[in-house]
Design a binder for this molecule. Structure first.
Ligand code: C5P
Length: 218
């Protein structure tokens, strides 16, 4: 199996770039953030106190999360229910990066699920610790980044296009806050990883660089 690990901060374009590259290479795109988000959603729905790691850990045994693939791309299932949309709210984003993702037991619980997905097919997996922890033997490890301003600009545009009026300064504040919350994972860069800074590059250029690097290694 061939695995590509893509890590980097929120809003760097990991998922759209990985999705497009996966299509070109014929790989499965695995969005690991969705699994973390599904756990946060589960805890929020159950009314578990997210600030209490022991309470969250105690509830983990009830979590049944899986990813499903088809023409629709990736679908996130929680106890068999499709939660692909619900996990994208601002509340879930913040709860995930502020609390849930920091609990070591949560991270451990998810290692097996993520590695299992990479055993089934060639994958492009995106997250925060894929190259360092989940798939340290991945044939290609990329750290995809862009300046906070560029990421906030793209996010603002996306929200506007989706018909949700967005304030750039507010979005920038959230980007910076998420960077801080994710710093523990993001500070670890695999030694053999490649940094791809997309500031000033077009979407196509980033996808082309990524697929070219993959083809060189295949
Ligand atoms: O990638 P996405 O923004 O959907 O991930 C949501 C949150 O889940 C991140 O902000 C991060 O806190 C956490 N996460 C993580 N490790 C991963 C993927 C996501 O800690 N591999």
């Amino acid at each position: 199996m061939f695995a590509i690990a893509i890590d980097g901060p929120a809003g760097a374009g990991k998922s759209s770039v990985a999705k497009a590259a996966a299509k070109e290479l014929g790989f499965t795109y695995v969005d690991t953030g969705a699994i973390y988000r599904a756990i946060a959603l589960y805890m929020l729905e159950k009314g578990v106190d997210l600030e209490d790691p022991a309470a969250v850990t105690a509830e983990l045994t009830g979590v049944e999360v899986s990813l499903e693939y088809g023409e629709f791309g990736q679908r996130t299932l929680l106890g068999g229910r499709n939660v692909s949309e619900e996990i994208r709210t601002q509340e879930v984003s913040m709860a995930t990066s502020k609390w849930v993702a920091h609990i070591p037991e949560v991270r451990e619980f998810l290692v097996g699920i993520q590695r299992g997905l990479a055993r089934k097919s060639n994958v492009i997996m995106d997250g925060r610790d894929i190259g360092t922890v989940i798939l340290p033997d991945a044939q290609l490890k990329v750290f995809l980044t862009a300046s906070a301003e560029e990421r906030a600009r793209r996010r603002t545009r996306q929200l506007e296009e989706a018909g949700e009026p967005a304030d750039f300064q507010q979005v920038l504040k959230e980007v910076v806050q998420r960077d801080k919350q994710d710093a523990a994972q993001l500070d670890l860069l695999p030694e053999d990883g490649v940094v791809l800074d997309s500031t000033g590059l077009s979407f196509r250029q980033v996808v082309e660089r990524l697929t070219a690097m993959a083809r060189e290694r295949m």
